[in-house]
Design a protein around this ligand. Structure first.
Ligand SMILES: Cc1cc2nc3c(=O)[nH]c(=O)nc-3n(C[C@H](O)[C@H](O)[C@H](O)COP(=O)(O)OP(=O)(O)OC[C@H]3O[C@@H](n4cnc5c(N)ncnc54)[C@H](O)[C@@H]3O)c2cc1C
Length: 305
């Protein structure tokens, strides 16, 4: 349910040109999986203060909300979301100073990698082609091709709903691990982060980015909607290889299918529902447990109604 006071704060931000709002927003339009029912409201703050103000108002008024970046790792419920879905994807400020890059949470990772290359800075090549935002990547410690956010993030500013103030984490305080960070154990919202890179030759940096993108295109089913790798790596095991060996490549439930190209991906072949995906995930998990005695955990975040 949307709280009246929260919505009047949101309306004031909208009237001052600092927030976009869609009521009864079809969430399938705003996530890479193209799945999900209606949210009572979807909101896009247009500057970091508007985001902080919206979050603080939501907490004061007891408004239920969830924060997303590009929703590239999210499965929204078929029943949508009761409350406000706040997307950070319009917060796109980036500044370069020496070998550091500071960026707002909504900056796409690929744009960040391109800006780094333009400035002759190496370290973010791995992030090129990951379809998420900086905030989502810090939250998940996103990684690929031998790199991860952990390697480059030196500090991050966040809004803390428990105190209502903006504070920061530095270095080890992020408690980065495999697809894990300190942010996953609370409700803090990453507002911006600073990354430390190293000087490099722009042509060499571009070559690495291109090689990563070529590998993605060759190995991943980018022609279908998905939310990336459906499962985390199980320690000592390659999850995609186990799914393949279990004969589950191409297996489907409704419109959701284990990709024939990459068994680690669940794709939306058209008309998939969140229930299809959840049933497929359950089937894969129990089959892998039965055949290999290995428990695999979903990497995709389910956002319930
Ligand atoms: C085709 C494809 C390929 C992919 N390849 C990779 C890959 O190589 N490596 C990889 O790691 N991932 C990959 N992903 C998954 C995804 O892109 C990453 O996990 C990305 O970091 C998610 O960012 P996002 O902005 O989309 O986050 P969202 O999906 O919007 O959110 C993910 C989680 O982060 C939280 N969150 C988002 N923004 C914030 C914020 N500002 N503050 C606090 N919490 C926040 C959300 O609440 C949610 O729990 C891929 C996805 C797709 C579709």
């Amino acid at each position: 349910m949307l709280k009246e006071q929260f919505m009047s704060r949101a309306a004031a931000l909208k009237d001052s040109g600092r927030l976009e709002i869609i009521r009864d927003a079809d969430l399938s339009r705003f996530c890479t999986f193209r799945i999900g029912g209606p949210a009572e409201a979807a909101m896009w703050p247009l500057d970091a203060d508007a985001l902080a103000s919206l979050l603080s108002s939501a907490d004061e008024e007891g408004q239920r909300y969830t924060v997303c970046g590009a929703a590239s790792n999210i499965l929204f419920s078929d029943d949508g979301f009761c409350g406000a879905v706040i997307f950070t994807a319009r917060l796109k400020g980036i500044s370069v100073s020496g070998t550091s890059i500071a960026a707002e949470c909504g900056v796409p990772l690929s744009s960040l990698a391109v800006e780094a290359r333009k400035a002759g800075l190496s370290g973010l090549e791995f992030a090129y082609g990951i379809p998420g935002t900086l905030g989502g990547a810090v939250y998940m410690n996103a990684g690929a091709y031998g790199g991860e956010m952990k390697d480059v993030v030196v500090s991050s500013d966040h809004y803390d709903p428990d105190t209502g103030v903006i504070s920061s984490y530095h270095g080890e305080e992020h408690r980065f691990g495999y697809r894990e960070s300190v942010y996953m154990s609370g409700r803090k919202t990453v507002l911006r982060a600073v990354m430390s890179l190293t000087s490099g030759d722009p042509d060499g940096i571009q070559a690495k980015m291109d090689a990563n993108m070529t590998a993605r295109r060759e190995k991943q089913p980018l022609e279908y909607p998905s939310a990336g790798s459906a499962f985390k790596r199980a320690p000592g095991h390659y999850t995609a290889a186990m799914i393949d060996e279990a004969g589950l490549k191409g297996f489907s439930v409704g419109g959701a299918q284990v990709s024939e190209k990459h068994a680690g991906f669940i794709i939306n072949r058209g008309g998939a529902t969140a229930e299809d995906v959840r049933r497929l995930i359950d089937t894969i998990r129990s089959e892998i447990s039965r055949r290999f005695g290995v428990v695999i955990e979903p990497e995709i975040r389910y956002v319930g109604p």
